[in-house]
Design a protein around this ligand. Structure first.
Ligand code: BES
Ligand code: MN
Ligand code: ZN
Length: 488
């Protein structure tokens, strides 16, 4: 990961990055102007950069970059960087663009405006997320970029915000790593070991893992049914950040299907090829919880990650089976590809009965319908609690992620009826909505303090796009951490 350092004056000035913004209304065709920065820079350099912006026909939109070479002079290179409106998101986009545009430069110094914590937060996240790469081999050329100096006048004033941004990005990168990993490696046991390694050594962070025997003894019938077809048995990870004096307790639940073949109701080839990402919800809630612990947030966070591989085999569960979930509710499944809600149901019921939190949030790559309804970047958020929904939506947006509230439509509730069991788990109707309605049945007296996010669409990016890199996005870590930081 890039080393990012706050400094009042760099040891060396090889490449100096100067922010530019639109100089006037965009439709007036005005060219970019320099953003006033805080640190003392040579007047001639600033004058040159200011003159350069119009000559280079820069508009100053966020993410625009232009390198200018100055052989025999110092600095040798000027890099003009568009930051748009100069808000946090503009700087995040700029940071990511900078990491890509300057990847051949070993070292950069970025001049920052005065009193701009949001700029620093956005820039650091953008740099660390835009430079993310997932590689299992040494194939391809590694970027030369290693160090970024942030030029400010008061280093102490920014320490905390840099730490916040770094922790956010680090844990987003962890969630990406977990989600990108091929499922030949990533079985429930492997995922568990990753959590164990990441959590080790942090005080007040406790990990409990249940294997197939414990799950059977305690009645986690949904996790066992879905995991039953795999040679790699299921697990339930329970990661508990329990700071002394915490007044509130949040439980996060994340779908952790390490590969989804669809089971006996097998998926067609094209629908299956990306199903290693079907644990992105689990990765996100784990990342958010590790982040909360690293930042020492004063709120208790217990994360549940039910992990299972949905496979086709002689021991796989069948369409028409009746599943007995944790706590005793039963469900009839007629489609083994609707497996996510079965493992989530157990975890939600367990959270309500045993952990008794104040708030309950689950994230899941639950349905393809999420992308049909909302496109590729936006999660579908469901809740009966307007205030809670609004707060979470606001945190998600502020963090640079996107979600849209969807209705827990009353007219679909009737589809949850079954002749044989308490509930039908894969009924007709808009599938993202009916999945949410099914989950709600397991929230007991937390029904009004529960949020579900179907995030199958934004969990993956088909190509590099601003702070997203092709592949897993780590969606949810940023928004959840931002939201957790507002609770006390
Ligand atoms: N993991 C899939 C959902 C999914 C689809 C995630 C596409 C990402 C991209 C989930 O387990 C699933 O198969 N859902 C079914 C539900 C249906 C059987 C009711 C779906 O969306 O088709
Ligand atoms: Mn499925
Ligand atoms: Zn799935």
């Amino acid at each position: 990961m890039l080393a990012i350092r706050l400094t009042t004056g760099p040891e060396r000035l090889d490449t100096l990055v100067l922010p530019v913004r639109p100089g006037g209304p965009a439709d007036a065709g005005a060219s970019a102007e320099l953003v006033p920065t805080a640190s003392a820079l040579p007047d001639d350099v600033l004058a040159e950069a200011a003159a350069l912006a119009p000559v280079a026909r820069l508009t100053g939109r966020a993410g625009q970059t232009r390198e200018h070479l100055r052989p025999t002079r110092t600095p040798e290179r000027l890099l003009l960087l568009g930051v748009g409106d100069g808000d946090e998101q503009g700087w995040r986009v700029a940071g990511a663009a900078l990491a890509r545009a300057a990847k051949a430069e070993p070292r950069l110094a970025v001049a920052l405006p005065d009193d701009a914590p949001a700029a620093v937060r956005g820039l650091v996240e953008g740099l660390l997320l835009g430079s993310y790469r997932f590689r299992l081999t040494e194939a391809g050329e590694a970027p030369a970029l290693r160090e970024v100096d942030l030029l400010v006048t008061d280093v102490e004033a920014y320490r905390e915000v840099v730490e916040l941004a770094r922790t956010t990005a680090e844990n987003t990168r962890l969630a990406r790593d977990l989600t990108n990993m091929p499922s030949s490696v990533k079985n429930p046991q492997w995922f568990t070991a990753q959590v164990e390694a990441a959590a080790a050594g942090t005080p007040d962070l406790h990990l409990r893992v249940r294997g197939p025997e414990e799950l059977a003894a305690e009645g986690f019938g949904g996790i066992l049914a879905v995991g039953g077809g795999s040679a790699s048995g299921p697990r339930l990870v329970e990661l508990d950040w329990r700071p002394a004096g915490a007044k509130r307790h949040v439980v996060l639940v994340g779908k952790g299907i390490t590969f989804d073949t669809g089971g006996i109701s097998i998926k067609p080839r094209d629908a299956m090829k990306l199903m290693r990402k079907d644990m992105a919800g689990a990765a996100a809630v784990i990342g958010a919880t590790l982040g909360a612990a690293a930042l020492g947030l004063p709120v208790r966070v217990t994360t549940l990650a039910p992990l299972a591989e949905n496979m086709v085999s002689g021991s796989a569960f069948r369409p028409g089976d009746i599943i007995r979930h944790y706590g005793g509710l039963t469900s009839e499944s007629t489609n083994s590809d609707a497996e996510g809600r079965l493992v989530l149901a157990d975890a939600l019921a367990y959270a309500v009965a045993e952990l008794r939190p104040d708030l309950l949030v689950d994230l899941a790559t639950l349905t393809g319908a999420n992308a049909v309804a909302l496109g590729k970047r936006t999660g579908a958020l469901y809740s009966d609690n307007d205030e809670l929904a609004d707060e979470l939506l606001a945190a998600i947006a502020a963090a640079g992620e996107s979600a849209w509230r969807m209705p827990l439509a009353a007219d679909y509730v009737e589809h949850l009826g079954s002749d044989l069991a308490d509930l039908h788990s894969s009924p007709a109707g808009a599938s993202s909505v009916t999945a949410a309605l099914f989950l709600r049945e397991f929230t007991g007296d937390l029904r009004e303090r529960w949020v579900h996010v179907d995030m199958s669409a934004p969990s993956w990016a088909e190509g590099d796009d601003a702070e997203l890199t092709k592949g897993a996005t780590g969606w949810g870590v940023r928004g959840l951490l931002r939201w957790l930081a507002t609770l006390d």
